[in-house]
Design a protein around this ligand. Structure first.
Ligand code: ADP
Ligand code: TYD
Length: 204
């Protein structure tokens, strides 16, 4: 199983990735939790750009996400495809839909989709869980947890990114996307995600 968690910043993806990982492990699955941008060389470069240590154009950033994702899939040491071949399920905190929504806010979304064609061809998620939270609420959550703001974490941008996620969903009829109401309590969101993934497991 390959599960992708998606949503705007502060929507609760990493919280729910942890819950889902625990639940799947308790249910007897071997699970590899992972995330993008990765902690590999390209992902580290992206994080340095986001924190302002290195300057780069949005188009360069889009290209780096393409490369980071391919490395995430194909890396011989800990790549996702290798894990799946070993029978290990993978839960990723963000995948290509994030690129369509975030990079699509600065450039033509079709270009971003086309640039990610290799990853789309190599591996589509069995399910994309989109945790939908009001941008105002996610900004408030991030301020409460006093996390340093990333390059894209302004209210205006998060509104645009949220709209772009829905725009991307419309353009991707083959993608399995489930929208989860992330404005609910952490426990309710957890229960909904478990229900959706449970349904998928029954079908496999
Ligand atoms: P993301 O990975 O999407 O950026 P996090 O999981 O880090 O989001 O959550 C952002 C903040 O919101 C954290 O402080 C987290 O504890 C809190 N949080 C997560 N889920 C909920 C929820 N359902 N309701 C309220 N706060 C939440
Ligand atoms: P992440 O570490 O998941 O941040 P958060 O926990 O706040 O959601 O992602 C860091 C930033 O990277 C986030 O602002 C979204 C952005 N991003 C893109 O712009 N494109 C992408 O393809 C991905 C995977 C992430």
């Amino acid at each position: 199983m390959f599960v992708a968690l998606e949503g705007i910043d502060g929507s609760g993806k990493s919280t729910q990735a942890r819950h889902l990982t625990s639940w799947m492990k308790e249910s007897g699955f071997q699970v590899y939790p992972t995330f993008e941008p990765t902690d590999g060389p390209v992902g580290s470069l992206i994080r340095n750009i986001f924190s302002g240590r290195i300057e780069a154009d949005h188009r360069t950033i889009a290209g780096l996400f393409v490369a980071d994702r391919l490395d995430h899939l194909l890396n011989k040491t800990n790549g996702i495809l290798g894990k799946l071949e070993q029978g290990i399920s993978v839960i990723t905190d963000r995948y290509y839909l994030s690129s369509f929504a975030y990079q699509g806010a600065h450039m033509d979304m079709d270009w971003v989709i086309k640039a990610n064609a290799q990853s789309i061809q190599l591996l589509r998620p069995d399910i994309n869980l989109f945790i939908d939270v009001a941008p105002e609420a996610s900004m408030e959550r991030m301020q409460k947890s006093r996390r340093a703001a990333d390059l894209y974490e302004t209210l205006e941008n998060l509104k645009k990114v949220r709209e772009n996620f829905f725009k991307a969903f419309d353009q991707l009829p083959q993608e399995k996307i489930v929208i989860i109401d992330g404005n609910q309590s952490e426990e309710k969101v957890r229960a909904e995600i478990v229900r959706e993934v449970g349904k998928l497991i029954e079908r496999i």
